[in-house]
Design a protein around this ligand. Structure first.
Ligand code: GLN
Length: 258
């Protein structure tokens, strides 16, 4: 009986040790505690909004892009399988805080307000908010001109937050950036404020629109996780390794040529 007990104990200790090192090595390591039932299946669920090229968008029914590739590389390091959960951008934080998803990655800017609900990893890239206007006869030629204008944004984004502070601005909120740009081409809004890389993709898809040279606000993108999640440390470690060995740069260059 004693022998069996000590054998069981030894196995239990060994398992604990193995689990300390990876999030998805099995159930209930320190890191897997947020996602215990999911990590049994060796999955990490990512909440995103796949309408934000080149960070996340659909290609043949599959979510691809910079964030999907980086998330895959992180999951690979942690020994997990990535499962991507597509939703509206403004649903992502709730999906993470409720535990529905293990992390959120969606070209998401670190903000003080979001930090009150979630933890962020270290940033993995920079971005800037830009203004899209119609090429012809636009009443907006610079950020100063946004005062009193009707401006399209993607709901719940930092673009939405900045524009909401502009004096007299009439903010039109859309679920997708693409819908905001469509409203611009239809003359329903005077400008759209959105992140620079998706802006380039939208302008390429909508002849007659352009991005103003006047950049608006510099930002940093990071991955958000449930407050206090021990996964954050593992994500940071993986991110650092992926930065140091050039993987992040290679992934970004695959999607952004400049
Ligand atoms: N970077 C912006 C934000 O975090 C927009 C992100 C997005 O629309 N996917 O609010």
């Amino acid at each position: 009986m004693k022998k069996i007990l000590s054998a069981v104990l030894a196995v239990a200790m060994l398992c604990t040790c193995v689990l300390m090192f990876t999030a998805c090595g099995g159930n209930n390591s320190s890191a897997a505690s947020d996602a215990s039932s999911k990590t049994e299946a060796k999955e990490l669920h990512m909440a995103t909004n796949a309408a934000f090229e080149p960070y996340e968008y659909k290609e043949g029914g599959e979510v691809v892009g910079i964030d999907a590739d980086i998330a895959n590389a992180i999951c690979e390091k942690l020994g997990c399988k990535l499962v991507i959960d597509d939703m509206d951008f403004d649903a992502i934080i709730t999906a993470v805080t409720s535990g529905k998803d293990d992390f959120g990655m969606a070209g998401m800017t670190i903000t003080d307000e979001r930090k009150q609900s979630v933890d962020f990893t270290d940033p993995y890239t920079n971005a800037v908010q830009v203004i899209i206007v119609n090429e012809k006869d636009s009443p907006v030629a610079s950020a100063d001109d946004l005062k009193g204008k009707s401006i399209g944004v993607q709901m719940g984004t930092t673009g939405d937050i900045y524009v909401t502070d502009i004096e007299g601005a009439k903010v039109e909120r859309f679920n997708k950036g693409a819908d905001a740009v469509l409203a611009l081409t239809q003359g329903k809004v005077d400008a759209v404020v959105i992140d620079n890389q998706p802006a380039k993709a939208f302008v390429a898809q909508n002849p007659g629109t352009k991005i103003l040279d006047d950049p608006f606000e510099n930002e940093e993108y990071a991955i958000c996780l449930k407050k206090g999640s021990e996964l954050t440390e593992q994500f940071n470690k993986a991110l650092k390794e992926l930065k140091d060995d050039g993987t992040i740069d290679t992934i970004i260059k695959k999607y952004i040529s400049e």
